[in-house]
Design a protein around this ligand. Structure first.
Ligand SMILES: NC(=O)c1ccc[n+]([C@@H]2O[C@H](COP(=O)([O-])OP(=O)(O)OC[C@H]3O[C@@H](n4cnc5c(N)ncnc54)[C@H](OP(=O)(O)O)[C@@H]3O)[C@@H](O)[C@H]2O)c1
Length: 272
């Protein structure tokens, strides 16, 4: 393994891809060896950093002679299969933040983890990793005495709803209360003429402007309520978290890993 982690970026033309390209040069231990865009993309063949001496260009295929250690994927659910297939074919670790995956795609991710190291997270922010622990603890203490509603807000071009992070937070609450999220989630109330069921976990999605990502987990009780709020102000935090995960997973054996493991590792500089 080289001193720097050799990274292939999949989805390099997107908002997150561009952010990773922006922050990567300032991250130690990272060497970006390929920036992959969709075949037919106008960026194909263009320089990645036109104002720098580095000669990397966007490409739509991974040259056979290029050796990467980690494929970092921020694309979309429709192209996720191609990213996973590439990681498997070239025996690279996979770090993915792509959301909106189907059940089948999640199962394929599990199967892939038998052959390559895999770390998927709906949110690469360190703050959200901590938020998930805090809401799980609150849910454990409060049980279903308090109604839980999860409200998320994102920019007007986001495709999937509710956000992957909202679902991850919902899952954390459900698991802490001994529930299966699929049994208790309520994704829409329009047209309902029944009161809220006890133990339900409600979701609401707001879409507008350039909101990077806000999540509120509301615990509403009798006469009091608590709100756990996280607001992302910049995509740079997701990019840094994904690169931290990529550095951490390089060289590990096949398996399914979590952002919590990468964040808590000695030398990561974090300990949440
Ligand atoms: N986990 C996290 O922390 C986190 C944070 C933010 C976003 N996300 C998720 O990450 C994903 C990307 O978000 P985004 O805001 O960057 O979306 P985006 O701007 O739509 O970017 C997705 C990019 O993937 C490209 N793409 C599609 N097919 C491809 C292929 N076969 N090969 C290479 N590139 C391909 C698209 O290119 P074209 O436009 O040319 O089709 C597009 O530029 C979404 O699922 C989002 O929800 C996760």
């Amino acid at each position: 393994m080289s001193a720097s982690t050799r990274i292939i970026l999949f989805g390099a033309s997107g908002r997150m891809g561009q952010e990773i390209l922006r922050v990567a040069p300032s991250q130690s231990g990272i060497e970006l060896v390929s920036a992959l865009v969709r075949p037919g993309s106008p960026l194909d063949g263009e320089p990645v950093w036109p104002n720098r001496s580095a000669s990397l260009a966007f490409g739509s295929t991974l040259e056979p002679e290029l050796q990467g250690e980690v494929l970092v994927d921020f694309s979309n659910a429709a192209s996720f299969d191609a990213a996973l297939a590439l990681a498997l074919q070239r025996e690279m670790a996979l770090v993915s933040g792509t959301t909106g995956l189907s059940e089948q795609q999640r199962a394929e991710l599990d199967a892939a983890a038998q052959r390559i190291p895999v770390l998927w997270s709906a949110n690469f922010s360190i703050g959200v990793a901590l938020l998930r622990r805090l809401v799980a603890e609150a849910a454990r203490v409060l049980g279903d005495e308090f109604d839980v509603e999860i409200i998320e807000a994102h920019h007007n071009r986001k495709r999937d709803a509710p956000s992957g992070t909202a679902l991850t937070l919902g899952r954390a609450v459900a698991e802490a209360r001994g529930q299966d999220l699929d049994d208790v989630a309520c994704y829409a109330r329009h047209g309902a003429d029944e009161a809220r069921a006890r133990g339900e976990i409600g979701f609401a999605s707001v879409r507008g402007g350039d909101i990077v990502g806000d999540h509120t987990v509301l615990f509403a009780g009798d006469g009091e309520r608590m709100e756990f709020v996280h607001r992302a102000g910049t995509r740079a935090l997701f990019a840094r978290g994904a690169l931290l995960a990529a550095r951490w997973i390089a060289g590990r054996s096949a398996g399914r890993y979590t952002l919590d493991q990468a964040v808590a590792a000695p030398g990561s500089g974090r300990g949440c």
